[in-house]
Design a protein around this ligand. Structure first.
Ligand code: ZN
Length: 186
């Protein structure tokens, strides 16, 4: 593992997300999320440097750019600093924000089975972390119905990503089931 490059990816993502927090009452710094996604992958035996860097950077394009020009500029920086595989993986898991939310959600379900193995693993870890947040520090103003519908949608997306790391698949099911019963009990 090239520690210097991993640290650089953490630092780079931290700077990009510096003014952002997660959507919960806890006002958790946004950077905790990509770090947690990288940790989930690492916990389940994924230690490829490019995958871990991609996990750390997975939301910088989607959440820290405003238009095509900024996406291009940022893509060039990622390419230069972290290489082509990392850039392509990050792009694979980035939604096109110019599309309406419902359309983006549909596209994730349709496109996920076509992603690279790395992007599939990243997708699963990302959804695991988002569901854990819904359980532990839910987005402010989300109704029970909205939380449950997020879970159902995430489950659909992840079903198209399974088969590349069995233990990770299993952990997703566990987090999904636990959160589902937790929400239903309330
Ligand atoms: Zn994410």
């Amino acid at each position: 593992m090239n520690n210097a490059k991993i640290i650089e990816a953490i630092y780079f993502a931290g700077v990009r997300h510096k003014d952002q927090t997660r959507k919960g009452l806890g006002r958790i710094p946004y950077i905790n999320h990509p770090i947690q996604v990288a940790k989930v992958l690492s916990d389940f035996g994924e230690n490829d440097d490019d995958l871990i860097k991609s996990a750390l950077l997975h939301d910088v394009i989607e959440d820290t750019t405003k238009n095509e020009k900024e996406i291009k500029e940022l893509s060039n920086i990622i390419l230069e600093k972290f290489g082509e595989i990392v850039l392509l993986t990050v792009l694979e898991v980035s939604d096109n924000k110019s599309l309406p939310v419902e359309e983006r959600k549909k596209l994730q379900v349709v496109n996920t089975p076509k992603l690279s193995d790395s992007a599939k693993k990243l997708k699963i870890a990302d959804k695991i972390c988002n569901i854990l947040d819904i359980k532990n520090d839910p987005p402010v103003n989300w109704s029970l119905k909205r939380k449950l519908s997020y879970l159902d949608w995430a489950n659909k997306v992840v079903s198209g990503a399974k088969g590349v790391n069995k233990k990770l698949d299993h952990y997703f099911d566990q987090v999904y089931n636990e959160t589902y019963s937790f929400l239903k009990k309330k």
